[in-house]
Ligand binder design. Structure first.
Ligand code: UTP
Length: 291
């Protein structure tokens, strides 16, 4: 028994860094390889032992729910056309785990999005949070690495990755004690300058959050942009209680901007036994013709 059976998947943001692609298409629905980014996220969660997902959407982001809804007509057409395996894959998309959807009425920040799930969580001691615009590639799944730390430590767990100093100001950064790979986190600083950063360990888009983070979130005041920051609530808990961070193994690939999405697609397709050779020969062709 892991003690963590639910994941909250915040997908209510505006995706402004990937406009105009994300004007009507939710950022979480951009395809990576042969499936939308959010499906990769749910597959990771299920492979980590998660049995229920609460997906936070927003007005106008109905495509996310549509993707996970049953589509018996499509399945019947695929079977009729001699593609029963594809029909079976489609059948399983919405049945990976129990799914619930909650609408965040305004994009008031990641902390607010997570808080939107609070009344769906009942008495669970801890829940996982997975940001679907970061795809994990590796074994064991990233969320499983965090859940394993949670079962030992019984406190909030953060995913940490070493980051070059000149890029650190894009992230929340942990002040840590100990040797790792599981660190005690004494503080978290949101988007510090390289000089102010307490370490080179940046927070990535996976968490296990205990109830005290939800209590802190419900009293966290909105910051500069009117947004409620998850980092502020974690910071409050790190100061008063216990938070650990795991320097995880494996790759985390972002899809939140055009550049990162292109690079992520290339990385995933490159490793695919069917698609990889086709991509490589196309690149060779482009290089040789100088197109
Ligand atoms: P991001 O900050 O990367 O997403 O949040 P964003 O705000 O949609 O993107 P930009 O910065 O405008 O380009 C990480 C995750 O948190 C969700 C996003 O949907 C994304 O999956 N999120 C963010 C919410 O659910 N609600 C919010 O208010 C903000």
């Amino acid at each position: 028994m892991t003690g963590v059976s639910t994941v909250v998947v915040p997908a209510g943001g505006l995706g402004t860094r990937f406009l105009p692609a994300t004007k009507a298409l939710p950022k979480e629905m951009v395809p990576v390889g042969d499936r939308p980014a959010i499906q990769w996220g749910l597959e990771e969660a299920v492979a980590s032992g998660i049995r229920r997902a609460v997906i936070i959407t927003a007005p106008g982001k109905d495509l996310i729910k549509a993707h996970f809804s049953p589509d018996p007509e499509l399945e019947a057409i695929l079977v009729g056309r001699g593609s029963p395996e594809l029909a079976d894959r489609i059948h399983r998309i919405g049945r990976m785990c129990e799914l619930e959807f909650v609408e965040q009425q305004q994009p008031l920040g990641l902390g607010h999005a997570v808080l939107c799930a609070a009344d769906r969580l009942g008495g669970e001691e801890a829940v996982a949070v997975l940001l679907p615009d970061d795809l994990f590639w590796g074994t064991p799944p990233l969320l499983a690495q965090l859940i394993r730390a949670y079962t030992r430590e019984r406190c909030t767990v953060l995913a940490l990755r070493r980051c070059p100093r000149d890029q650190i100001s894009r992230y929340g950064v942990a002040a840590v004690e100990g040797e790792g790979p599981v660190f005690h986190v004494s503080d978290v600083v949101e988007k510090p300058t390289p000089d102010e950063a307490p370490s080179d360990l940046a927070l990535m888009g996976r968490y296990v959050l205990t109830q005290d983070v939800f209590r802190a979130l419900s009293t966290t005041a909105p910051g500069a942009l009117g947004e409620i920051q998850l980092t502020d609530a974690i910071r409050a808990v790190a100061g008063a209680g216990k938070v650990v961070g795991v320097e995880f193994t494996g790759d985390l690939l972002d899809v939140g901007t055009l550049d990162s999405w292109l690079a992520t697609n290339a990385a995933i397709v490159w490793r695919d036994p069917d698609l990889g050779p086709a991509l490589r020969s196309r690149i060779e062709e482009l290089e040789s013709t100088g197109e």
